[in-house]
Design a protein around this ligand. Structure first.
Ligand SMILES: NC(=O)c1ccc[n+]([C@@H]2O[C@H](COP(=O)([O-])OP(=O)(O)OC[C@H]3O[C@@H](n4cnc5c(N)ncnc54)[C@H](O)[C@@H]3O)[C@@H](O)[C@H]2O)c1
Length: 324
């Protein structure tokens, strides 16, 4: 039987890639997005146009921070709540928008799941809540020790906590997926890998905040989507890290982009961003043990396909705005 799925943030990077996969697996997908201007809206319109060519997709343009934004919708088996205002640096400038789009919107989505007896709410969260990990792998179940280092991380963690409280003692399973720096085709222009690809391919200056030695668990979007499908088999409320088992530094990323684009980066190092962690390292044992999931795309393969995607849209997207 066809499953009916609601994907929030469907015009966003991960929501788009997830919706596309679900549609191709014969799910019926309703996507909701406010198409906000946290970054150039043209990226969202590009993704949405692609989804709207699909038969099993319908779009609702609503803002989930409005209490009645989901009133007209019902009959879903699963809700994937991918919608959020992402971005660490921007969050210090505009806390209220983050509270609305993350804390309040997540509360509304969790209430919707409770009131409609939805089987599963799958909530996108973030490795940003952990802050700097040093050489210790971050495990999922030490929540009481978490001290979020940014407004973005605080609003995401409060979304997790509120959803847990709202759905406890109800039939909806809450599955929280904490993503570690996701990249890939249709990516975000405010995140390092797509910005670096754009700047290098267009012979522009490559701005790096700090010396570029900070390391991240860069995770390819197809691996993330694979896990998001696998969590449907999870019968309990759980929290999972979704990352890569090998970290890379920004300087290593630049070298890989240079290799596959055949171009040289004109690097301009700027002062390090506020509270930017040195390294964020996931423990992936739980996702391996419970879901039999492991990331399968290494950073070289992932960057190569992201460059191929960029090249196929280059004429159009080279003039879009990329946030420093
Ligand atoms: N991309 C990453 O590396 C990463 C890492 C950790 C966590 N996450 C989380 O994954 C999820 C998806 O992130 P993304 O990278 O696709 O971001 P994105 O900004 O590309 O997508 C989010 C989408 O949600 C929409 N949205 C925001 N507030 C809304 C609201 N109130 N109502 C309706 N729609 C709203 C935006 O317009 C956007 O299209 C987010 O929850 C984010 O916090 C992403």
């Amino acid at each position: 039987m066809t499953k009916n799925v609601l994907v929030t943030g469907c015009a966003g990077f991960i929501g788009y890639n997830l919706s596309k996969k679900l549609i191709h697996q014969e799910y019926s997908v309703t996507g909701i997005d406010s198409l906000n201007t946290a970054y150039d809206k043209k990226f969202k319109e590009l993704r949405l146009k692609d989804l709207e060519n699909e038969k099993n997709f319908q779009f609702v343009n609503n803002n989930l921070s409005d209490e009645d934004s989901l009133n007209e919708l019902n009959n879903f088996d699963i809700v994937y709540h991918m919608g959020a205002r992402a971005g660490v640096r921007q969050s210090f400038k505009d806390p209220l928008s983050y509270i609305k789009d993350n804390t309040i919107a997540t509360t509304n989505v969790a209430n919707f799941c409770k009131d409609n007896n939805i089987q599963k709410m799958i909530l996108a969260s973030t490795s940003s809540i952990y802050g700097n990990s040093g050489d210790k792998e971050m495990v999922e179940d030490l929540d009481e020790k978490i001290n979020p280092p940014s407004i973005y991380a605080s609003t995401k963690l409060s979304g997790e906590t509120l959803a847990k409280t709202i759905l406890s003692s109800h039939d909806t399973n809450l599955i929280i997926t904490r993503f570690f720096t996701v990249y890939g085709p249709y990516g975000r222009p405010d995140m390092s890998i797509l910005r670096f690809i754009h700047w290098i391919m267009e012979n522009k200056e490559v701005i790096i905040f700090g010396d570029g030695e900070q390391r991240r668990s860069f995770t390819y979007v197809d691996d993330v989507v694979e896990l998001l499908l696998k969590v449907q088999n999870c019968d309990n409320s759980e929290t999972f890290n979704v990352g890569n088992n090998k970290t890379s530094s920004l300087n290593e990323v630049i070298k890989i982009i240079e290799k596959f684009s055949n171009k040289e980066a004109l690097v301009n190092n700027q002062p390090r961003a506020f509270r930017d962690p040195d390294v964020v390292l996931p423990s992936l044992s739980k996702s391996k043990q419970i879901l039999d999931w492991e990331p399968s795309t290494n950073i070289e393969e992932g960057i190569k396909s992201t460059i191929e995607w960029y090249s196929s849209f280059q004429d159009k997207i080279k003039d879009y705005t990329y946030i420093e």
